[in-house]
Every structure is written in structure tokens, then in C-alpha cells.
Design a protein around this ligand. Structure first.
Ligand SMILES: [Cu+2]
Length: 288
């Protein structure tokens, strides 16, 4: 009896809270305009166009804790898990490379994501036929030795402006954005770049309370035992500002504070799991 009496107010609260939130915060949604359902894509790059409602698509705040109604787009080919995510997108039009994609039927799924990479809408999905003039197969394994990653600039403790180039040196590792979300190929992958800053990345993140498919479902493998792999599965990627594939990475911290910021770069496989055996590189900079 006492248990029931204690439990009741909690139940009532959650019933009261949901409609109130819905009234002040219109639910964001995303739909796919291109490729049209059932259409054929004849180009090697797949042009994607989406429409959104109640959501501002931008990346100025990417990596920061999520707030309602703002963020970016996650796209996935042939699934909805992190492993098949092609990248994060900051505009409603973008292209997905067909490299490593077999000609034939495929599904494209898109979902709105908060700045912290949490799902912010229901996913949208279309099936299309990929029929390029000439298909680009997955590259052969490029393992040449132990991969290594270092940050060339800025130096640790350096004073930087709000926008600067992050330069890295990469050896025995081929960076490819085209292969993001494709099956892993040894020796290939991309970079994950994180920024952490007191007063920003330690703030609690908003995440929508709506029923939706979890992104890091059972298909995501358990092989990555690092703490980062665990974080990715829960879609808690606060601090991640991008998944680039170049050794010179423009960083824009215009929406971040002045003062110390820690920049962490790590190798990721095509499925976004951390590349085993390669230490992350980090510098702390002083943002002016
Ligand atoms: Cu990634």
C-alpha cells in the first residue's frame, strides 16, 4: 500500500509532463525528397535531399550538449546502426559516395540528431536502386604496418583563434570519408575529432523523449572494448565535432568559450569503432 502510494505521484507526473513539453516544443521531423522511393540512381555519388520541420540544421554547435530544435543529420545506408552511418551532415542537401556499394537495391535512412548526436526525430527511410555507370568496389586491404597518429599543430598549450586548422600526421592508415559506414577494410578508416571544454561539454544534454528506434542496435559489434566504443553504442558523443578524412581539418570554435579547450583526435574504422592499437592524440589549446 505504501509502495503504491509512493509510486503514484511519479506516474502522474510523467503523464502531465509529456503534453506540456509537446505544446511548447513542436516535434522535429525529417522526410527524404531524394532519392525518391523506388527511383534509380545512375551517378556514382548518391545525391540526397531532405526536408525538415521544427528543426534548424546547422553544425556551428556540433559536439555541444543537445538543445531542442537544433542539430544535424545522420544518414545510414542499409541499416540504422552506427556501423552503417555515412557521416554527419550540416545541410539538407548532401551526397553519399557509392564506393564499395554493390549495384542493386539499397535503403537510405536519415534521422535528425542533436548537437550531441542523440536522435532528435523519427527516422525516415527510402529504398532506391543503385545503378552507376561503373561501380567502385571496396578497396583491397592496405595494411602496411602499425598505424600511427600525431597532432602537428596546434601545439600543446598553444594560443589559437576561434577558427584554426588542426593538422595531423597519419602513417600506415588510409583516410577515406567515402568508406564511412561501409564494411571495414584493414588499413582504412577516418578520424573522429572531439572538443571538450569546461562550462560547455560538462553541461547536461537535452534529448527528446519520444519512442524511436535505437541507433546502436544489436548489430553493433562488441569487439571494441575501449570506453569510447561503449559511449558510441549509447549515442553519447558529446564533444564530437566531426568525422573528417583529411590531415588538415578546419576547426571552428566560434560558438565555444574562450579559454582552455582539449582537442582529441582518434582513428576510427569504417564502422566508426575505434581502430584498435592506436592511441588517440590530444592537445590542450588556449582559445582566444
Ligand atoms: Cu566515424
Amino acid at each position: 500500500m505504501h509502495m503504491l502510494a509512493r509510486g503514484l505521484p511519479i506516474v502522474l507526473l510523467s503523464f502531465v509532463a509529456l503534453p506540456a513539453v509537446a505544446a511548447t516544443m513542436p516535434t522535429p521531423s525529417i522526410t527524404i525528397l531524394a532519392p525518391a522511393a523506388g527511383s534509380s540512381v545512375a551517378t556514382s555519388e548518391i545525391p540526397v535531399s531532405v526536408a525538415t520541420k521544427n528543426f534548424s540544421v546547422e553544425c556551428a554547435h556540433v559536439g555541444q550538449p543537445g538543445v531542442p530544435g537544433r542539430g544535424h543529420i545522420h544518414a545510414m545506408v542499409d541499416g540504422t546502426s552506427m556501423a552503417v552511418m555515412t557521416n554527419v551532415y550540416c545541410s539538407k542537401r548532401f551526397t553519399i559516395s557509392g564506393e564499395g556499394l554493390q549495384p542493386g537495391k539499397h535503403t537510405l535512412a536519415v534521422i535528425l540528431a542533436t548537437d550531441a548526436h542523440d536522435n532528435a526525430s523519427m527516422p525516415a527511410e527510402v529504398t532506391f536502386t543503385y545503378q552507376p555507370q561503373s561501380a567502385l568496389p571496396l578497396p583491397a586491404s592496405a595494411e602496411t604496418g602499425k598505424p600511427s597518429l600525431t597532432i602537428l599543430s596546434p601545439g600543446n598549450g598553444a594560443r589559437v583563434g576561434k577558427t584554426f586548422d588542426l593538422k595531423v600526421a597519419v602513417s600506415n592508415f588510409q583516410l577515406s570519408c567515402n568508406l564511412e559506414g561501409r564494411p571495414n577494410v584493414s588499413g582504412y578508416g577516418h578520424l573522429h575529432v572531439f572538443v571538450t571544454q569546461p562550462g560547455i561539454t560538462d553541461k547536461p544534454s537535452w534529448a527528446p523523449k519520444m519512442p524511436m528506434e535505437p541507433m546502436g542496435g544489436s548489430s553493433s559489434s562488441m569487439k571494441g572494448e575501449s570506453p569510447m566504443a561503449g559511449e558510441m553504442k549509447m549515442m553519447s558523443m558529446i564533444g564530437m565535432i566531426g568525422m573528417p578524412c583529411a590531415t588538415t581539418i578546419p576547426v571552428d570554435l566560434s560558438q565555444w568559450h574562450t579559454g582552455k579547450a582539449k582537442i582529441v583526435v582518434m582513428f576510427a574504422n569504417n564502422d566508426h569503432e575505434p581502430t584498435m592499437g592506436v592511441a588517440a592524440a590530444a592537445v590542450t589549446v588556449n582559445v582566444r
